[in-house]
Design a protein around this ligand. Structure first.
Ligand code: ZN
Length: 187
């Protein structure tokens, strides 16, 4: 597994990609929003984001609001549930049972076939499995990444510029903390 693996397990990766349609690319450092472009191009949508196509109920305004709510929750992983509860109130999901290796799991799926419902069902299932709290946004660049660390306390997308999406986020904070500790020892 590469050091900079940020990819979320299973369908949760679709949510990570959706969140990262807004980003601040390392190269330009300018806020970029790919969502309006991809939402208007079904082929790009399927290639870049999800096998679930947009439906007529998935207005761009709705998608932008949903992305904001997901970003808000991922940024404050003491799990500010309010932003998501508004969506679970608004978009109906239905329950079903799935048997995996002899174990029975309760799962959720969208009650109506929309991309918005598809994303919310993935989030709901990730909350049940405990994976949701590991989907985070970087404290520096806001990039969404999946925290694969053992204790799940990663706060930045990458600690060096290595790797395909590597940034130096968090490095300055780490250096400052190290210097403060070193200064403390010296004094
Ligand atoms: Zn970052």
């Amino acid at each position: 597994m590469p050091v900079h693996n940020q990819i979320a397990p299973g369908e949760l990766e679709e949510v990570r990609r959706f969140i990262n349609t807004w980003s601040i690319p390392n190269q330009t450092r300018i806020e970029t929003d790919e969502l309006p472009h991809w939402a208007s191009d079904p082929q790009a949508w399927a290639r870049e984001l999800s096998p679930c196509p947009l439906q007529s109920a998935d207005h761009l305004d709705t998608l932008l609001e949903l992305r904001l709510a997901l970003r808000k929750t991922c940024a404050s992983h003491d799990h500010d549930s309010e932003a998501l509860n508004i969506w679970f109130d608004k978009v109906p999901l239905s329950a079903f049972i799935e048997s995996i290796k002899g174990l029975t799991h309760m799962r959720l799926k969208p009650a109506q076939r929309t991309y918005t419902g598809h994303i919310l069902a993935i989030v709901a299932n990730a909350i049940s499995s405990g994976e949701w709290s590991r989907l985070k946004t970087c404290g520096d660049c806001q990039w969404a990444f999946y925290d694969h660390t053992r204790n799940g306390n990663k706060r930045w997308c990458g600690m060096s510029k290595g790797g395909p999406d590597g940034r130096a986020c968090g490095t300055i904070a780490k250096v400052t903390a190290f210097r403060m500790r070193a200064a403390g020892k010296a004094g």
